[in-house]
Design a protein around this ligand. Structure first.
Ligand code: LLP
Length: 421
C-alpha cells in the first residue's frame, strides 16, 4: 500500500496534488511520500519485533539526505557501500554505531574514514580486504567489529544483473571456505569478529531462496561458534521484492519474511540485522513527467515524455517494468490503446514501455511512473546534458524540494577549461 491515490479525479501524493508540484517545481521530478516511507519501515520493525534487531536501510536505493533523516529519526540504521554514502548517513544524523559498511572494493581511505568516524561493523568480502582492514585499524590503534560476507551459493531467482548469492557472482567468500577465513580474521590484529553477513540478491519475490540461504547461515553459525568465534550478530542482507505491477500477485510481505528469519536462525540468540532498500522506498516514490508530443508512427504511436533514461534507467538497464498512469483520472472503461512510451534521449534504448495500454494523452498532460522511489534518482545522470532530476518530499498537505534541479549555468560551471586551451 502507498499514499499515491486519486482524490477528486487527480493523482495526489498524500494530500498534495501532483499537478501542483508539476506547476511549481517543473517536470520531470521525483516525488516521495513520508507516510509510505514510515509505514514500510514500521512493517519491518513489526516483522522483527520478536528479537533484538537493527533495520539498516540500504542507502544505495535512495540516498537523499531528507529520506535518510526521516528513516534515521525513526531509529533506522544504514547499510552503506562507499565513503560517500557513509558521509550522507552521518550528515543525516545517523550515528556511526548504527551504520554497517558493505561492498567488495572498499579502499583504505574509506576504511580510515569509517574507523575514525565510528562504525558498527564492516562486512568484509575477501581475505585481502581483511588484511587491509587489519592494517588500517592497527595503524589507527582501533579494533573494528567485522562480519564476513558468506556466499551461500543459492539461486535467488531474480534478474541476473541483481542476483548476488551464486558462487559465480563476485560477492562474498564461498561458504565452503568460511571456516578458514574466520580463522584468519580471528588472528589478525585490530579486528573483532562479531557476526556473519549474507545478501543473496535484490527484488526477490519468493521466500524459498532466503529459507535455503538462512538455513546454511544457521549451520555455519553453530560451526563457527564450535571453532571458538563469538558470533553475536547475523546480517541477513536485503532484497525483498515489491509489487511493480498492480495486477500481479504481490510478493511476500515483510511479516512473512520475518517469520522465515525466525524459523531459520531465531533460536541462535543473535541480534538480527537486515538491509532492505527497495522494499522501504520503492513504492514510496513516483517519477512525475509531462507529455511533450504524441507522435504517430508507422503501425505504432509514440508517447514522448520529458523524462528519459537518464532520469530513470531501470527499464533500459534491466528491462524493468514501471506502471505508468495518467495524473488526471480516466473513467472506468475509458478507451485505451497501445503506445510506446519513450524519452527524448537520442537512443532507441530510451524506451520506458512498448505497447503500453494507455488512454489518449495530449501534450502538456502529466503521467506518473509508479514504484520509482528505489534506484531511480540515485541512478540518474545528466546524459544529453539534461539537468539532474530534482526530488520532492511530501508530508500530509506540505511538500519540500529536497534536491533542486540545477540550472544549466550551474551545470556548465562544474567544467573547467584549462588555461592552455
Ligand atoms: N545489501 C546489499 C549488500 C546489497 O548489495 C543490496 C542491493 C541491498 C542490501 C539492498 O537490496 P534491496 O533491498 O534494495 O533489494 N539497481 C538495481 C538494484 C541493485 C541492488 C544492489 N544491491 C535495480 O534498480 O533493480
Amino acid at each position: 500500500m502507498d499514499h499515491f491515490n486519486y482524490l477528486d479525479g487527480q493523482l495526489h501524493a498524500e494530500q498534495v496534488p501532483l499537478s501542483r508540484i508539476a506547476a511549481e517545481v517543473g517536470t520531470p521530478v521525483y516525488v516521495y511520500s513520508s507516510a509510505t516511507l514510515t509505514r514500510h519501515f514500521l512493517q519491518f520493525r513489526q516483522a522483527l519485533d520478536w528479537t533484538d534487531h537493527l533495520i539498516c536501510f540500504a542507502v544505495k536505493a535512495n540516498s537523499n539526505l531528507a529520506v535518510l533523516k526521516l528513516l534515521g529519526d525513526l531509529g533506522a540504521g544504514m547499510d552503506v557501500v562507499s565513503g560517500g554514502e557513509y558521509a550522507r548517513a552521518r550528515a543525516a544524523g545517523v550515528p556511526g554505531g548504527r551504520i554497517v559498511f558493505s561492498g567488495v572494493g572498499k579502499t583504505r581511505a574509506e576504511m580510515r574514514q569509517v574507523i575514525e568516524g565510528g562504525i558498527r561493523q564492516v562486512n568484509v568480502e575477501s581475505e585481502p580486504e581483511l588484511e587491509a582492514l587489519s592494517d588500517v585499524a592497527t595503524t589507527l590503534g582501533a579494533s573494528v567489529p567485522v562480519a564476513v560476507r558468506v556466499n551461500p551459493d543459492v539461486d535467488a531467482r531474480t534478474h541476473a544483473k541483481i542476483a548476488t548469492g551464486k558462487s559465480e557472482n563476485k560477492f562474498g567468500i564461498p561458504i565452503a571456505r568460511a571456516r578458514e577465513v574466520y580463522a584468519l580474521a580471528a588472528k589478525l590484529p585490530g579486528l573483532q569478529v562479531v557476526g556473519i553477513d549474507m545478501h543473496i540478491g535484490s527484488q526477490l519475490t519468493d521466500l524459498e531462496p532466503y529459507r535455503q540461504a538462512y538455513g546454511k547461515m544457521a549451520d555455519l553459525c553453530r560451526t563457527l561458534r564450535g571453532d571458538g568465534h563469538a558470533i553475536m550478530r547475523l546480517d541477513m542482507g536485503g532484497g525483498l521484492g515489491i509489487p511493480y505491477r498492480r495486477d500481479n500477485a504481490a510478493p511476500p510481505l515483510p511479516i512473512e519474511y520475518g517469520q522465515v528469519i525466525r524459523e531459520t536462525v531465531g533460536d541462535l540468540g543473535c541480534e538480527i540485522e537486515i538491509e532492505p532498500g527497495r522494499n522501504i522506498v520503492g513504492n514510496a516514490g513516483i517519477l512525475l513527467s509531462g507529455v511533450v508530443f504524441l507522435k504517430r508512427g508507422e503501425g505504432r504511436d509514440f508517447l514522448i515524455l520529458d523524462a528519459a533514461m537518464n532520469d530513470l534507467i531501470r527499464p533500459a538497464m534491466y528491462d524493468a517494468h514501471h506502471d505508468i498512469v495518467p495524473v488526471t483520472q480516466r473513467d472506468v472503461g475509458a478507451l485505451v490503446s497501445p503506445v510506446d512510451v519513450v524519452g527524448p534521449v537520442c537512443e532507441t534504448g530510451d524506451t520506458f514501455a512498448r505497447g503500453a495500454e494507455l488512454p489518449a494523452l495530449a501534450a502538456g498532460e502529466l503521467v506518473a511512473f509508479r514504484s520509482a522511489g528505489a534506484y531511480g534518482a540515485v541512478m540518474a545522470s545528466e546524459y544529453n546534458s539534461r539537468p539532474l532530476v530534482p526530488e520532492v518530499l511530501v508530508a500530509g498537505d506540505r511538500y519540500a524540494v529536497i534536491r533542486p534541479r540545477p540550472s544549466i549555468e550551474e551545470m556548465l560551471a562544474r567544467d573547467v577549461i584549462p588555461e592552455w586551451l
